[in-house]
Design a protein around this ligand. Sequence first.
Ligand code: IPE
Ligand code: IPE
Ligand code: MG
Length: 232
Amino acid sequence: MNKLPQHVSIIMDGNGRWAKSRGLDRVKGHIAGVESVRACLEEAAESGVRYLSLYAFSEENWNRPQAEVMALMELMMDSIKKEFQSLMKNNIRFVVLGNRSRLSDKLNASIDELMEASKDNDRTTLIVFLSYSGKWDLMQAMKKAAATLSPEQFQALDAEGFSQYLVTAGIPDPDLLIRTSGELRISNYLLWQSAYTEFYFTDVLWPDFRKPQFREALAAYAERDRRYGKVK
Ligand code: IPE
Ligand code: IPE
Ligand code: MG
C-alpha cells in the first residue's frame, strides 16, 4: 500500500479528562494511556509504519502540579523497565528526544540503556518526545548551528541543512499527525517538521484510542491528497 504513512506522530491528549469522567485521579488516566501506547505501537509495527512518534511530555507540562509531574516521570521509568524485553523481542528501536537536561539522572540512565540496546533494531522506530517543545527545538538548533558554523557557512545554510541541527535530524518528517481528545491545536509540538504533515483530529480520549482507532486514522490518511503547494 503506497498510501501508508512512513511516520505517524501522535499528540496523546485527554488522559486527565478520561480519569475525571470516571471519578478517578488524573494519574490513573496516564496509566491507562500506557496501554494505548502498546496497542498503537503493535498496530504500527504490524501495518509496516516505520516511525511512530509520541508527544509524551511537553516543556510546558513541567508547570503542572509537582505530584503529577513526578507520577508521569515514574510512569516513564516503569514503562521502560516493563517494556524493555518486549521492544527488543519485537525488533523496535527506541529513541527519546527532547530537553534531556531536565530529566533526572536515573531516568536518563534508563533511557540511554534502552536506546543503546535497541539502536540496531530495524522494524519500527518508537520515538518518545519527552520534555520537548517545537520552539525549544528550533532555539537549540539555531544555537548549535551558530556555535558550529563560520558566519559564512551560517549565512549559506538552507532549510535542509538547518534540519540537521534539530533533534529530529535523520528522521523523516511526520506524514500523519494525530491528536486525540478534541483539541484543535499543535501545543508547541513539531513546528518545523509538520510543515506539510496531514492532521487528523479525533474526539476520542487517549486511553480509549486503540487499534481500531489507529487503523481508522491510517484509512483517513490514505484518502488524503498531498499537493505540497503544487497543482495536480
Ligand atoms: C495528555 O493528557 C498527557 C500529557 C499531557 C502528559 P492530559 O494530562 O493533558 O489530559 P487532559 O488534557 O487534562 O484531559
Ligand atoms: C500536549 O497536551 C502535550 C502532550 C500531549 C504531551 P497538553 O494537554 O499539555 O496541551 P494543552 O495544554 O491542552 O494545549
Ligand atoms: Mg491535555
